[in-house]
Design a protein around this ligand. Structure first.
Ligand code: PLP
Length: 824
């Protein structure tokens, strides 16, 4: 939607700006999603982890001119933003919500609101899919259902929209009222209610009542009458609403009587009687939760007056919905993102394009492949693609729309094929080079076949890296330090095995102060791929100072030897004040200067201005050993004395840092200017502490079953016949061995893997590339996923079996294992 700034000022109740009028079409809360700066209004939101006010100055530099803030901006920044229009309000989130709700009031067409514990996104997308060929439908992008996501979703309502479908999600008591005011649905769908314990609520009943508030002004409410809790609360809380419940258990009070049959394998037929006529729809799903979601979609479609023929036809092809986006290495230095979504229209694609743009590096171009798109490729979509920097668009499928051309968009090269088969026949791997490719498809099999062509290696063993977990862990740890304390993110050893570039990119965007790598080469690779934030190098080698200067990599200096060398090189290269980091040995007794070295260190540094001490730091030897806290206290004292002597020699402030992950949790009084976050960033806590309970593992090592056989008792398995089955057993073979990083000491029953909810012990010796596991009693088949370590079998547990620490388990996954990055 587009408003002028004066109109927005009026809606927010603030004074109109005395600046040239400006049209605003984009509301932005996350600075990384910037697409169209001149038409953007940025809301500086404050969350427990982050403060949007920090990004105002950067956004101004990127061309944004309109801001909503709730605290005074610093005068320095203001003086650099002479063209900015700044609305100062009491609370930026309230204002965002107010603006959305005022916008909503102008819209008279039906709005469907969906809430419940599970299935919200699927029901929303399926309902959109059923209506889409006939009606112009606006939906929430993906699962934008929070206090921030809902107002942003509402903004997509425009005059062309004929029906809107939004989802609302809450995590604690008292949140639904706000979402109700914004969405104000006339038609409601309550998907279901989970009985899991929920920290934000006193009881399930309270949770159910809170969710029901979304429907307080609904005219029609769809829910399953077989759910007694929802039924009971619905009947006495929806005031003016008409209840449109459905049943598959013959509940006589329900509005719609359904019966479910499985006539063909893999299909479900739902029969119903409506307006005196018996009808049926058949869906390609059989799981209980899919049937429940489909019944909601059927009931809501009837409420919306969709014709039966359309409902039956569209429901027979309901697409799979996977809101996860993953990135995989492709051929010829390409990276591939696959997105399986229902109808890839501009709203759905806004999030996948956003995901793609955040991964863009200077050495790749952007390509989008639309497999059998459901929508017309019009100039509006092309404009959106061009704005995001997409330069190549490949379309397959024979929609009866005229051929798509790049007309009016010379930047966009369009290639079109009448079918997926034709594309696969005519296009080959060599047609792609240094591209970041987004595959959009409503059918996971079609997406797979394109992916298969483009994928670099099809090795069944992968290390999955959950970037959302990384962000969550980073923010959890940041919430333990003062807002003014910087966080150095340790991405040494290839990001503790998870791959440093993707992590660095994510952490740069999260506002980490520094990255720390082990060796200069790791830093060079990050710079070459476009990482611009400060990088510290922990082990600079004697020979590569020039590389450090050239790439702006700041070394750790731990002896007079290397101090003299870097000074000599820096002077020769004409450097002035190149930042270095002084390492103090306060008790680890590994590397670093001692207290008695301080006078010489200070005088050397004072004499040579080619380098300049930027920070001084030390490392704790026993931060995770509470019984040695008195030793740690001595380290703090020693460090303090060194810092004082060093600082006294210089006019500028030298930053100090000593805490590692566990130190952050245990010694908040010693945060100083920065902390160095390592293992906890990866979701692993070497010590059980309540403040670290929310950490989530980032890495999961996965493989698949490639063979299963049943053997009689007495059969031996593997090398040296070391595995012996004691009774008739099913033995599965997995394509992972010690060369992938599965430690051989985990063989012969010591370690186990996780398959479909069961722990399956490793049988016999682990081979170089394969191993065998006992799956007797575990329901599984060839092709099923296997977790080696991750959420169910933690790296900590594996470390325990091997008598080592989780650090070693994480960093042992070999380079030949493909890293796959995803967000939930
Ligand atoms: C690896 C490392 C850290 C991080 O330690 P964690 O225990 O993983 O948090 C901090 N400082 C230095 C100097 C390190 O080498």
């Amino acid at each position: 939607m587009t408003y002028t700034l004066s109109e927005i000022a009026a809606m927010l109740g603030v004074a109109a700006p005395d600046a040239p009028e400006r049209h605003i079409s984009v509301l932005l809360t996350d600075s990384r999603s910037l697409t169209n700066p001149s038409e953007t209004l940025f809301f500086a939101l404050r969350t427990p982890q982050n403060d949007g006010h920090r990004f105002v100055e950067g956004l101004y530099k990127s061309g944004v001119r309109a801001f909503v803030v709730d605290k005074e901006l610093n005068g320095d920044i203001l003086s650099k933003m002479s063209e900015a229009v700044i609305f100062t309000v009491g609370n930026t989130l309230d204002s965002l919500q107010k603006l959305a709700s005022m916008h909503r009031r102008r819209f008279k067409k039906p709005v469907v609101g969906i809430t419940g514990s599970r299935g919200k996104t699927i029901v929303k997308e399926w309902l959109g899919y059923v209506m889409m060929p006939q009606l112009n439908v606006v939906r929430s992008p993906r699962s934008f259902n929070s206090q921030i996501g809902v107002p942003l979703s509402l903004w997509n309502l425009d005059n062309e929209c004929q029906v809107a479908v939004f989802e609302a999600g809450i995590s604690k008591f008292g949140e639904m009222g706000t979402l109700q005011e914004i969405i104000c649905p006339q038609i409601g769908i309550f998907t279901n209610i989970g009985d899991e314990h929920d920290a934000g609520f006193d009881s399930i009943e309270q949770k159910c009542r809170e969710k029901m508030l979304l429907f307080q002004e609904c005219e029609d409410l769809v829910y399953c009458a077989d759910n007694t809790l929802i039924s009971g609360i619905a009947v006495d809380s929806v005031e003016k609403g008409v209840i449109k419940s459905w049943t598959i258990n013959g509940n006589s009070s329900a509005w719609l009587q359904l019966s479910v049959e499985h006539l063909q394998p893999g299909e479900t037929t739902i029969r119903y009687e409506y307006e005196g006529v018996c009808r049926s729809v058949t869906i390609k799903y059989t799981r209980k939760e899919d049937i429940e979601n489909a019944c909601h979609v059927l009931a809501a479609s009837l409420v919306l007056g969709i014709e039966h023929d359309i409902i039956a036809r569209r429901m027979s092809t309901l697409p799979q919905i996977d809101t996860r986006l993953s990135v995989i290495e492709g051929v010829n230095s390409c990276m591939i993102i696959t997105d399986v979504g229902p109808v890839a229209d501009s709203v759905w694609m806004s999030t996948s394009l956003d995901f793609m743009c955040r991964r863009k590096t200077p050495d790749v171009t952007l390509t989008v492949i639309l497999v059998n798109p459901e929508i017309v490729i019009d100039s509006n979509l092309k404009k959106i693609l061009v704005r995001r920097g997409v330069s190549r668009l490949i379309i397959t499928g024979d929609r009866p729309s005229e051929p798509v051309c790049g007309d009016g968009f010379p930047e966009l090269k369009v290639e079109q094929y009448v079918s997926l088969q034709q594309m696969l026949a005519e296009v080959s791997q060599s047609d792609f080079d240094h591209e970041l490719i987004l595959i959009e498809s409503s059918d996971s099999l079609c997406a797979e076949s394109v992916l298969e062509m483009l994928e670099a290696r099809r090795h069944e063993t992968v290390l999955e890296v959950n970037l959302d977990a990384l962000v969550g862990n980073f923010n959890l740890m940041r919430s333990l330090v003062k807002p003014t304390t910087g966080v150095v993110a340790m991405v040494k050893a290839g990001g503790y095995g998870a791959g440093s570039y993707e992590l660095a990119k994510t952490l740069q965007a999260q506002g980490a102060s520094y990255l720390a790598v082990a060796v200069a080469d790791e830093g060079v690779e990050l710079r070459n791929r476009g990482i611009t934030m400060p990088i510290m190098v922990l082990n600079p080698k004697v020979t590569n100072y020039r590389t450090l200067f050239r790439y702006g990599l700041e070394p750790e200096i731990y002896s007079f030897d290397i101090l003299d060398q870097i000074i000599c090189q820096a002077e020769r290269q004409g450097m002035n004040g190149f930042p270095i980091h002084i390492k103090i040995d306060s008790g680890m007794h590994r590397l670093g200067f001692l207290l008695e070295d301080m006078p010489r260190l200070v005088s050397t540094l004072q004499k040579h201005k080619a380098v300049s001490p930027c920070s001084v730091f030390s490392h704790l030897a026993a931060a995770d050993c509470p019984d040695m806290d008195s030793y740690t206290a001595l380290q703090f004292d020693y460090f303090d004395s060194c810092c004082k002597q060093l600082q006294a020699g210089f006019g500028h402030h030298i930053m100090r840092h000593i805490l590692n992950s566990v130190g952050i949790a245990r010694f908040p009084d010693h945060q100083f200017d920065m902390v160095r976050l390592g293992i906890c960033l990866y979701g692993i806590s070497p010590l059980e502490l309540p403040q670290l309970a929310g950490l989530k593992p980032v890495s999961t090592l996965r493989t698949v079953i490639i063979s299963i056989k049943t053997w009689n008792d007495g059969t031996t398995i593997g090398y040296g016949r070391r595995g012996v089955v004691a009774k008739e057993s099913r033995i599965a073979t997995l394509p992972i061995g010690y060369a992938d990083g599965l430690n051989r000491h985990l063989g012969c029953g010591r370690g186990a893997v996780f398959i479909n909810g069961c722990r399956c012990p490793i049988v016999g010796s682990i081979c170089m590339d394969v191993c065998m596991v006992d799956v007797t009693g575990c329901e599984c088949e060839v092709g099923d996923a296997v977790e080696i370590f991750g959420r169910n079998i933690t790296a900590d547990e594996v470390a325990g079996l091997l008598d080592t620490i989780p650090y070693e388990v994480l960093t042992s996954v070999s380079q030949r294992v493909k890293r796959v990055y995803y967000r939930e």
